[in-house]
Design a protein. Structure first.
Length: 342
């Protein structure tokens, strides 16, 4: 069904197409038998897919990556598409508009996107109000970051605000220090500031009667030395898990012309071109830390890509750009492939 409407959606700018697609899904779900139609088309269940990870029971390992539903507006709708979990955000203490448009670009020949959204979101308070009244019981991750105007030396305050306000309403946290679209944010991936940030969040978490999993989301552009620092921090702090990886700033190997890339400008690249880079990071970390849960995201455009991530050491999976190019049928395709390969 999605393949029939995708050519029309791609006639619009990406952000407009996103609004149209989500609005269309809402309309279908409100129609008589609409929910049954969507569930029949896109859901696939099997006991083989169920797994317990960092204390949470997932009905399947395929999740929606952060950025697709930043403001938790579509949790109830997206939960009908067969996802095992949904990650909202990135959220900041105060709402912010993000970077000026245009800020999201399709690279059709590469099956990729470049985005420089800049943590555009409604702010944690408004999102909490939506989470309070959500109807779906799908597992929710809260991806948290800092406001653009917050200097790095005050970044911890922003992360703690989001952590405290979201705590009653999400099932796990993803700490985002790896987006390339907030000035200076990736500096927080360095050893000392990262240790301080994660240790402080862990200490606050430990004060809760029932602590929740905290995962670190990293970039695919880290050097071996930087990865080794993150591995040490992960071990020292006994982190609950990692998300590997965010978008890349690398532009090598693209079929899109250099002129077009230059015209688009800065931003994080996602989709097919990031698959190998993110998978290599995944393999490296898995070799050093055999037991930690890892959510693999980056370049999953097919069931084969998903199986490749699992073989490389992924515990769970997330899709974003693949959903835009392939549609929600990709979720079912991946789940069926996992069952078949079991």
């Amino acid at each position: 069904m999605y393949q029939l409407i995708r050519p029309m959606l791609f006639l619009f700018p990406p952000e407009t197409a996103h609004k149209i697609a989500t609005g269309l899904l809402d309309v279908i779900l409100k129609m008589p038998l609409g929910k049954s139609l969507i569930l029949g088309l896109f859901n696939y269940e099997s006991p083989i897919l169920e797994k317990e990870v960092f204390g949470l029971r997932f009905k399947n390992p395929v999740g929606l990556a952060a950025g697709f539903d930043k403001n938790a507006k579509f949790i109830n709708s997206f939960s009908n598409l067969g996802f095992g979990f949904i990650e909202i955000g990135t959220l900041t203490p105060k709402g912010q508009p993000g970077n000026p448009s245009p800020r999201l670009f399709r690279l059709l020949s590469d099956k990729a996107l470049i985005n420089r959204m800049g943590f555009n979101n409604d702010g944690v308070d408004e999102v909490v109000e939506r989470l309070k009244v959500r109807k779906s019981n799908v597992i929710i991750g809260g991806n948290i970051g800092k406001n653009k105007i917050t200097p790095n030396e005050k970044a911890l305050d922003d992360y703690l605000i989001c952590f405290e306000k979201l705590f009653p309403y999400v099932d796990y946290f993803a700490v985002n220090v790896s987006s390339p679209n907030t000035p200076g944010l990736r500096e927080l991936q360095k050893k000392e500031p990262l240790m301080h940030l994660l240790k402080s969040l862990k200490e606050e978490n430990a004060k809760k009667p029932f602590p929740k999993p905290i995962l670190l989301k990293i970039a695919p552009d880290l050097t071996k030395s930087q990865l080794d620092d993150i591995i040490k921090i992960t071990n020292d702090l006994k982190m609950d898990g990692l998300i590997v990886s965010n978008t890349t700033t690398d532009r090598s190997g693209l079929s899109t012309s250099n002129e077009k890339i230059k015209e688009i400008g800065t931003g994080g690249l996602s989709g097919k071109p990031v698959l190998n880079k993110s998978t290599e990071v995944l393999k490296y970390i898995r070799k050093q830390i055999p037991d930690i849960p890892i959510i693999a995201v980056g370049g999953i455009m097919s069931a084969n890509d998903a199986i490749e991530k699992i073989k490389a050491g992924a515990t769970l999976l997330q899709v974003y750009t693949g959903l835009i190019y392939r549609g929600p049928g990709l979720i079912k395709e991946i789940n069926k492939a996992i069952v078949k390969s079991a």
